[in-house]
Design a protein around this ligand. Structure first.
Ligand SMILES: Cc1ncc(COP(=O)(O)O)c(C=O)c1O
Length: 657
C-alpha cells in the first residue's frame, strides 16, 4: 500500500565522494522515497556536490527535488539545522554521508510515525567493519554487529525543532547527545522503530585517524558538557593507573593488566552482538589491546584540551557555555561566507588569490603598516607598491596619483573605520580589487552601522588582536565572491599560533590569581629578554616580510570562543577603555591620533603621540589597568628609511591585558 507521507531528507556532507554512490543508490531504492532531499555541504573539495547534481540529473524521480546547500565550514549540527530551515515538509528525516539505509528504512519510519503519532521516531544503525583495524575500532566503540538508535537514521516532525531548538551548531561531536538529551527531557521516552535500519561500516582504518577522532570527539564533548562523569573518571583515573603501573610494583602491574583485559577484551565482547566479534579476523582481537590503551590516552588528551578551551573561553568572554554561545552569530557572517585561519595573514593570502593576484601582480599598500603583512604578498610572488598616509591615518594623496595596481588594501587602523571613498574612486579608475584589512576592528562598525571588514567584497580579520584568544584570523567574502571556488575550511586543530600564546591564555584564565600570574610571567619574560638582547620587546625580524610563523589551522577553541563573546559587553568595554584613556591623555598631554571616537566604533587600542611626560603618564594608566603600551608599527624595510615622523611616533594602549 503506497504511503501519503511526504518527507524531506537532510544529509550533512563533507568530502563524501567515496561513500556517496552507495548512499545515493540506496536512496533511489527506497520503497518510500523522500520527495525532497537536501544535502548540506560543509565545503567539500572532492567534487561531492557535482557528483550529487549529476546523479539527480540522471536518476532523479518525479515530483521530487534534490538540492545541495553550501554551508562552508558548518559542523554536522549546523548542516542539519540549515537543511531543517530549508525543508518544505512537516516531516524531516536525517541520514549522514557514509551511512547506508535498508530498502524499507524510510517506509518503516513513516509507518511507525503514522501508527504511534509520535513526533520523533528513531531508526537504528547496525555497526560493523571489514578490515581488522576497523573491526577493532568498531568493537571498542559501538560494538561489532551492535544496533543502536541514532539521529542519522531517524524521523522528526518540524514541531520538535520549534519545541527543543536546533542542534548545537559549533560542535564537531556531541551535538547529537546534547540534542537527544533535550528531546528526552521534553518528550520522556524515545520512540524507536527497530525495523527501520541503516548500516555504518566506515570506521577509521589507521592509528592516526582513530586517535585524532577520539581526541577531537572528546574535546567537543567537554565543550558540549556531556559525559561529564566519565570525563572526570578518565581525567583522574588514567594518570593514576599509569603512575600505579610505574611505581606500584607487582600490584600496580596487575592492576594495569586487569585494565587492559577489561577494556581491550571484556568490554568489546560486552558491546558486540557478533560472536566472536572479530569474526574470521583474529588479528583484530590482538590490535584491540594496544589500540584501547592508545584511544584512552587520546581521549584523555581531548578532555584536557576541552577543559583548557573552556577555561580560556569562559574567562575571556564572560561565560562560554554552548547555549549562550549560540545566541550570538559572529559579527562578520552577515550575507557573506567566512573561512577561519590561525592568522589574518593566511586569510590575506586567500583574499589576494581570490582577487586574482599572481606572480608579478601589484598590490597597493599604505606606507604606514606592519612589516609582517608583506609576507602574504611575497609568498604569492606579487610586488608591493605604496600610497602615503596622513597623520590622522587617512589617505594622504588623491587616489588619481596612486600607482596602478591589481589590488589595493584599505586598513581600518586600530578599529577606526577608514574612509573608503578614495579607494572606491581608485578601483573605478583602475579596476583594482579592494581588500578591507580589518585586522584591528572585529565588532567595530562605521557611522552607518556597517560592520568593518564587510564593507567591500573581501575582508580580513585578526580576531586574536581584539579578543583574548591565542590565535584566530578570518576571511569574509561578500556576495560578489559567492560563486568563487573557495577552498574547504582548514581543520580547527591548531594549538595556538605560538605555544606561548596558549600558555598566556591559560594563565589569564586561572581563577583569582590569573591576572597576577599573567603579569608576573610577562614581566619576567621581558626582563629575561632585556638581559639577553638589550630590549624588552622582540627584535624586528626582517624575515617576517617573507614567511609566516604558523600553519593556517586555527585553534580548536576558536569558534566556541567567538560565539561565546558577548558582543555588546565587549564593545562597551572597549569604548569605555578608550574614553578613560582619552581623558587621561588630555591630562598628561597625549595627542590622540583620532580626534574623536565615532559612533559604533569599537577600537582595540588608544593610539596617541606625545612627549616623554605624556608617554610616562599613559604608561602609568596602562599599568594600572593591566594594559600593554607599545609603539606601532614595525615598519617595512622599504619604508623605514624614508618614513615621515608621523609614521614613527605612534603609541598604543592595547585594551587586551
Ligand atoms: C593592519 C594589519 N593587518 C593584518 C595583520 C596581520 O594579522 P595576523 O598577525 O593575525 O596575521 C596585522 C598584524 O599586525 C596588521 O596590523
Amino acid at each position: 500500500m503506497s504511503l501519503n507521507f511526504p518527507v524531506t531528507l537532510v544529509i550533512p556532507i563533507l568530502n563524501e565522494s567515496a561513500s556517496l554512490p552507495e548512499l545515493l543508490q540506496a536512496l533511489k531504492a527506497q520503497s518510500h522515497r523522500p520527495d525532497e532531499i537536501i544535502f548540506s555541504d560543509a565545503g567539500s573539495s572532492d567534487g561531492s556536490p557535482a557528483l550529487i547534481e549529476a546523479w539527480w540529473r540522471e536518476e532523479g524521480w518525479a515530483n521530487a527535488s534534490c538540492s545541495v546547500l553550501s554551508r562552508l565550514g558548518a559542523m554536522p549540527g549546523a548542516g542539519r539545522n540549515a537543511g531543517v530551515r530549508a525543508a518544505r515538509n512537516v516531516w524531516i528525516a536525517f541520514i549522514d554521508g557514509g551511512i547506508t539505509p535498508a530498502g524499507d528504512w524510510l517506509e518503516q519510519l513513516c509507518r511507525h510515525a503514522q501508527a504511534t503519532q509520535a513526533p520523533a521516531v528513531f531508526g537504528v544503525c547496525h555497526f560493523s567493519a571489514q578490515a581488522p583495524f576497523a573491526k577493532a575500532v568498531c568493537a571498542l566503540s559501538y560494538g561489532h554487529g551492535a544496533v543502536h538508535p541514532v539521529i542519522p537514521a531517524s524521523l522528526f516532525a518540524r514541531q520538535v525543532f520549534a519545541e527543543i531548538g536546533e542542534f548545537p551548531a559549533l560542535l564537531r561531536a556531541g551535538e547529537d547527545l546534547v540534542w537527544m538529551a533535550a528531546l528526552q527531557a521534553r518528550y520522556g521516552t524515545r520512540e524507536v522503530c527497530k525495523a527501520a535500519r541503516v548500516s555504518y561500516t566506515h570506521f577509521p582504518t589507521g592509528w592516526h585517524q582513530a586517535l585524532r577522532k577520539w581526541r577531537v570527539t572528546e574535546l567537543h564533548c567537554v565543550l558540549a558538557e556531556v559525559r561529564t562523569g566519565q570525563q572526570a573518571l578518565y581525567l583522574l583515573g588514567l594518570p593514576a593507573l599509569y603512575v600505579l603501573a610505574g611505581v606500584g610494583g607487582s600490584v600496580g602491574a596487575a592492576v594495569f593488566v586487569a585494565y587492559l583485559l577489561l577494556r581491550g577484551m571484556i568490554d568489546p565482547t560486552r558491546r558486540s552482538l557478533d560472536r566472536p566479534w572479530w569474526g574470521g579476523r583474529p588479528g583484530a582481537a590482538l590490535i584491540a589491546l594496544p589500540l584501547v590503551a592508545a584511544l584512552d590516552i587520546a581521549k584523555w588528551v581531548g578532555i584536557v584540551q576541552g577543559i583548557g578551551v573552556r577555561l580560556v573561553a569562559q574567562d575571556g568572554f564572560g561565560g562560554g557555555s554552548m547555549s549562550t554561545a549560540e545566541t550570538w552569530q559572529p559579527a562578520f557572517v552577515g550575507k557573506g561566507q567566512v573561512r577561519y585561519y590561525s592568522l589574518a595573514r593566511h586569510a590575506l593570502i586567500e583574499a589576494l588569490r581570490l582577487a586574482g593576484v599572481r606572480p608579478g601582480s601589484r598590490v597597493l599598500l599604505p606606507e604606514y603598516l606592519c612589516r609582517d603583512l608583506l609576507a602574504p604578498i611575497h609568498l604569492l610572488g606579487a610586488i608591493p607598491c605604496w600610497y602615503p598616509v596622513a597623520s590622522d591615518l587617512a589617505t594622504a594623496m588623491p587616489p588619481a596619483d596612486w600607482p596602478v595596481a591589481d589590488v589595493v588594501l584599505a586598513v581600518n587602523y586600530f578599529g577606526f573605520p577608514q574612509d573608503l571613498a578614495p579607494f572606491q574612486a581608485y578601483a573605478e579608475r583602475t579596476g583594482a580589487v579592494i581588500i578591507e584589512d580589518n585586522a584591528h576592528g572585529y565588532l567595530s562598525r562605521d557611522q552607518a552601522g556597517q560592520w568593518l571588514g564587510c564593507r567591500t567584497s573581501l575582508g580580513v580579520f585578526s580576531l586574536r588582536k581584539t579578543l583574548r584568544i591565542p590565535d584566530g584570523g578570518a576571511l569574509w567574502l561578500g556576495e560578489a565572491f559567492a560563486a568563487s571556488a573557495l577552498p574547504a575550511q582548514v581543520p580547527f586543530d591548531g594549538v595556538g599560533v605560538h605555544p606561548a600564546q596558549l600558555i598566556k591564555a591559560r594563565l589569564r584564565s586561572l581563577p583569582v590569581v590569573g591576572k597576577l600570574a599573567y603579569r608576573l610571567t610577562t614581566a619576567l619574560a621581558r626582563a629575561l629578554r632585556k638581559l639577553r638582547t638589550g630590549s624588552d620587546v622582540p627584535a624586528a625580524d626582517p624575515a617576517s616580510e617573507q614567511t609566516l610563523p604558523a600553519s593556517a589551522h586555527p585553534w580548536a577553541g576558536l569558534l566556541p570562543a567567538l560565539a561565546g563573546c558577548p558582543a555588546p559587553t565587549e564593545i562597551k568595554r572597549r569604548r569605555s577603555a578608550y574614553a578613560s584613556c582619552a581623558a587621561v591623555g588630555e591630562q598628561v598631554g597625549a595627542v590622540p591620533v583620532f580626534a574623536d571616537l565615532p559612533q559604533n566604533c569599537a577600537p582595540y587600542a588608544y593610539a596617541f603621540r606625545g612627549d616623554a611626560a605624556a608617554l610616562a603618564g599613559m604608561r602609568r594608566h596602562a599599568a594600572r589597568h593591566g594594559f600593554d603600551l607599545v609603539s606601532w608599527p614595525d615598519l617595512p624595510t622599504e619604508i623605514v628609511g624614508q618614513a615621515p615622523a608621523h609614521y614613527c611616533n605612534v603609541f598604543l594602549v592595547n585594551f587586551l591585558w
